[in-house]
Design a protein around this ligand. Structure first.
Ligand code: FES
Ligand SMILES: [Fe+2]
Length: 369
């Protein structure tokens, strides 16, 4: 049997191993989202992030705190302990830790050992998100938080949501840089048959990869059509840019309009989704989502409608990539991947993640759990 080879740009095992996958160590020297701000309060929240157990809470003054979730006495989880004022009292023998993670009281003795405690992770709250730094303390730089300015803009309305994903974060990045899957995996939600074959171009600048797809004319999926009023038109335009911003964040932005109307006279409707990927383990991920729009910002029905429609689609990714993860867990040395021309942005992204992991991960920061 003759197999078509045109457009196959990488089919060797060597090419596949140059790309990150679920065996690639985590990249610790990046900001990741630990939680939505609204999740944090006076109850202790346990969350595993980059393979490490973390306990999160707010002080009485409302400041977020993240500590290593393991009492160094006998490893009792601090998240199963109690909050007294701003300190955590271990639920096993009562050792007390302050917000810096310092051990400040041992009930069974008068003197408290000095210089002992748990790791305290720096947190920064921006908009609806709480970012955590789990990397080298000397490389902490708040200016590298990939904050999204549109969160702060009064011109945008947004809704948030969370999905627990039983898959590695690398395949989710790849999914987001490969929008040809919309016509198939999302055929019943946000995909249209013409989407996979629509013209595209890309900007593969090191560490910031952009994929622009232009679907004109088209019919919009209900989520965009019904919310913009362009529903039912065959002349709609759908311009989508998918952008890898950092190992923790991917932004998809879109513009919709009626291409039958003259340029400059037609209303344009913009949306943006922050896909926030926080690895939990090698095979699981926290998937935080913030979806915004710059039209009908006062209309709560549209907010609710779009949220339901979009989360049905994001759920399709979670289910689909969960199945893929099950297959990938069985990978062995004979496993290879073929790639085609439209995979170039995803290949660039995975190659970058692999390179960053090799640069950043080290014994001091652990390996995948
Ligand atoms: S395990 Fe925490 S005080 Fe003993
Ligand atoms: Fe998808």
């Amino acid at each position: 049997m003759t197999r078509p080879v045109r457009n196959i740009i990488a089919s060797s095992r060597r090419a596949a191993t140059a790309m990150a996958d679920n065996s690639t160590p985590f990249i610790y020297n990046e900001w990741y989202v630990a939680a939505f701000g609204e999740e944090l309060g006076r109850a202790l929240l346990a969350r595993r992030i980059l393979g490490r157990r973390v306990v999160l809470y707010r002080t009485e003054a409302g400041h977020p705190v993240a500590l290593e979730d393991r009492c160094p006495h006998r490893s009792f989880p601090l998240s199963e302990s109690s909050l007294e004022g701003d300190t955590i009292v271990c639920g096993y023998h009562g050792f007390r830790y302050n917000t810096e993670g310092d051990l400040v009281e041992v009930p069974s003795q008068n003197a408290c050992p000095k210089g002992i405690g748990v790791h305290a992770y720096p947190l920064v709250e921006r908009g609806p998100l709480v970012w955590i730094w789990m990397g080298d303390p000397d490389r902490l730089d708040e200016s590298r938080i990939p904050h999204q300015e549109w969160f702060d803009s009064g011109d945008w309305e947004y809704s948030t949501g969370y999905l627990y994903h039983r898959g590695n974060y690398v395949s989710m990045h790849e999914n987001l840089m490969d929008l040809t899957h919309l016509s198939y995996l999302h055929a019943d939600t946000i995909g249209t048959p013409d989407y996979a074959g629509a013209p595209y171009d890309m900007d593969l600048t090191e560490g910031n990869y952009k994929l622009h797809r232009r679907v004109v004319p088209t019919r919009l999926s209900p989520v965009w059509g019904k919310s913009t009023g362009l529903d039912g038109l065959d002349s709609a335009a759908r311009l989508i840019t998918s952008e890898f911003v950092s190992p923790a964040l991917h932004r998809v932005s879109g513009t919709f309009y009626d291409s039958a109307l003259p340029d400059g006279e037609r209303p344009e409707y913009r949306i943006c989704t922050a896909h926030i990927l926080t690895p939990e383990t090698a095979h699981t991920m926290h998937y935080f989502l913030v979806h915004g729009r710059d039209f009908a910002t006062e209309d709560e029905h549209i907010t609710k409608f779009m949220h339901e429609q979009l989360f049905a689609a994001f759920e399709e990714d979670v289910v689909g990539l969960g199945k893929l993860e099950d297959v990938l867990k069985e990978r062995d040395d004979s496993t290879f991947e073929i790639s085609v021309a439209s995979d170039a942005p995803a290949i660039a992204t995975r190659t970058y993640l692999k390179k960053r992991a090799e640069q950043d991960a080290g014994p001091a920061f652990g390996v995948n759990a």
